[in-house]
Design a protein around this ligand. Structure first.
Ligand code: NDP
Length: 499
């Protein structure tokens, strides 16, 4: 792991020197009021490092410096800003193997997914590097004579980025890259479960040609430093991804200061499998969508809405495919599903298994804690059968390698079931009927809809976001991100008559 600056200390957990990773406060790498340890969920004997926890004074100092740095950064030439973003993106892509290994080690997703995530994070930066040169406004004639109007976007100011652990590098990058592209300063509070990836990305960003304090890293718990950050009147905009309850709390705090807010939260995504579906394709989409990232994706296929005519055949293949999945150490060759991220998440998952059974669902396979050669948070992927859409396992985001099959009698019932949720991030249909695919695409009440593709897995150059409890505020990614990271200025110009 390459860390810009660190201090060495002895701990109770390891005989050797342990690196304490620091926060980036007002342009300086600093220790905090305390530190936490970060362990590998695939192997709890593997201590990744210690991570500083920022204190309130450091937060104030870094917010003050961010304000100064933002004005300087916004005045940089376009190509200078573009070069900064391009360098960050290029380095992330070049180091995808190394940083993906670190990511998988601390988060638990299989190595291929970890490397893919870091590479994708790089693509967000190179995409927004290009966007630096594509910030073109509008002009118009005034309704009054001899007056012209110029409409352009300007930076919002200081942006707080609060990111989750399930995509520690990619989610942060799809917020940080557009924030910088449009001229903002960033104060980043990453999830405390995955701080190593955050330090690695910060180290890359801080090495660039940027004003001192333009980018800050404030590791610490959400309840302490996160809450202070979202309550601060020095923050102009907050971009958050995480759970619905925390999102609602952040929105409530933000409104006190009329701070702009954008939130991506949970979901209960459904994949509809029609009677004319290619069943092998449907099963492979369901397996990838339900168990990729150990089911810890806001886009996971946690409800499988299956037409009665193919239900039994689909279920047979689905259960066989689920039982065949290789669960193992994230960095081990051949692992298809890694551990759950934390002890708490594992306990919640197992509680959902019990809940599903108590609600009358049949657990066809999986849903058990697994003993492995290394001590980690392993469980087997699980499939619930004979479920109804009103069960809590079909209404609450579980964020677990668990999926439910809901049998329906028609396309219309499938669509109604897909839409019967408080959430609305993604949905998908597997069908060979153009008519059904088209109708579904137009009538599914989700921000993202897929046809013969998984509910998880999106591009970086187009908008991403949902409806209902899944999202709040402007869309992320692609050109749509400009809506959140900028504010519009309308200028009226009376040039007068040439002399
Ligand atoms: P949280 O919503 O608690 O955490 C997301 C981020 O918000 C983390 O950086 C967290 O910090 C921070 N945070 C927590 N509380 C506050 C606060 N009061 N003010 C500011 N920031 C705060 O998610 P969890 O990690 O606890 O996961 C719980 C559940 O949330 C999951 O089981 C899943 O259902 C859902 N979730 C959804 C995600 C998505 O992609 N939509 C991503 C992650 C979780 P810290 O972690 O340091 O406390």
């Amino acid at each position: 792991m390459r860390i810009a600056k660190s201090i060495l200390c002895q701990t109770n957990f390891d005989v050797g020197p342990i690196v304490t990773n620091l926060n980036l406060i007002a342009g300086e790498w600093l220790a905090g009021e305390s530190e936490i340890e970060n362990r590998n969920p695939s192997d709890l004997s593997d201590l990744i490092g210690h991570f500083a926890q920022a204190n309130a004074d450091q937060l104030e100092a870094t917010l003050d410096q961010a304000r100064i740095a933002q004005a300087e950064w916004a005045a940089y030439g376009l190509e200078r800003k573009q070069a900064v973003l391009m360098n960050i993106g290029t380095e992330l892509m070049a180091r995808a193997e190394e940083l993906g290994t670190l990511l998988s080690r601390e988060e638990g997703k299989p190595l291929a997914e970890g490397k893919g995530e870091v590479y994708r994070a790089g693509q967000f930066f190179t995409y927004y590097a290009a966007e630096c040169l594509r910030q073109i406004g509008e002009n118009a004639d005034s309704v009054r004579p001899d007056i012209e109007i110029d409409v352009r976007r300007e930076a919002v100011g200081v942006v707080a980025v609060i990111s989750p652990w399930n995509f520690p590098t990619a989610t942060a990058s799809w917020k940080i890259a557009p924030a910088l592209c449009y001229g903002n300063a960033v104060v980043w509070k990453p999830a405390n479960i995955t701080p190593a990836s955050a330090v690695a990305l910060t180290e890359i960003i801080n090495r660039q040609d940027i004003p001192k304090g333009l980018f800050s890293l404030v590791m610490g718990s959400g309840r302490s430093i996160g809450q202070r950050l979202v309550e601060s009147p020095k923050v102009n905009a907050i971009s958050f991804t995480g759970s619905v309850p925390v999102g609602k709390g952040i929105a409530a705090a933000a409104i006190q200061n009329l701070t702009k807010v954008q939130m991506e939260m949970g979901s209960k995504n459904a994949l509809a499998v029609m009677d004319d579906a290619d069943l092998d394709l449907a099963v492979s989409l369901a397996l990838g969508g339900a168990f990729g990232g150990t089911g810890q994706k806001c886009t996971a296929s946690s409800r499988l809405v299956v037409h009665a005519a193919v239900h039994d055949a689909f279920v047979e293949k689905l259960v066989a495919g689920t039982q065949a999945m290789k669960v193992g150490h994230a960095l081990a060759e051949g692992t298809q599903m890694g551990p759950v991220v934390s002890e708490q998440q594992l306990a919640e998952n197992l509680a959902y298994v019990d809940l599903g059974k108590s609600e009358g669902a049949e657990l066809a396979c999986g849903g058990q804690r697994l003993e492995m050669p290394q001590d980690g948070y392993y469980m087997s992927p699980g499939v619930f059968l004979n479920t109804t859409n009103d069960m809590r396992i079909n209404r609450e985001e579980m964020f677990a390698p668990l999926t439910s099959v809901i049998k329906v009698g028609s396309y219309d019932e499938a669509l109604a079931t897909v839409n019967d949720t408080n959430f609305g991030l993604t949905s998908g249909i597997v069908t060979q009927s153009l008519a059904r695919a088209t109708h579904f695409r137009r009538n599914a009440r989700t921000g993202v809809v897929t046809v013969n593709l998984p509910t998880a897995g999106t591009d970086y150059h187009v908008p991403f976001g949902g409806r209902g409890d899944s999202s709040y505020g402007p869309r992320e990614q692609g050109k749509a991100a400009a809506e959140f990271y900028t504010t519009v200025k309308t200028a009226y110009i009376s040039a007068g008559k040439p002399m």
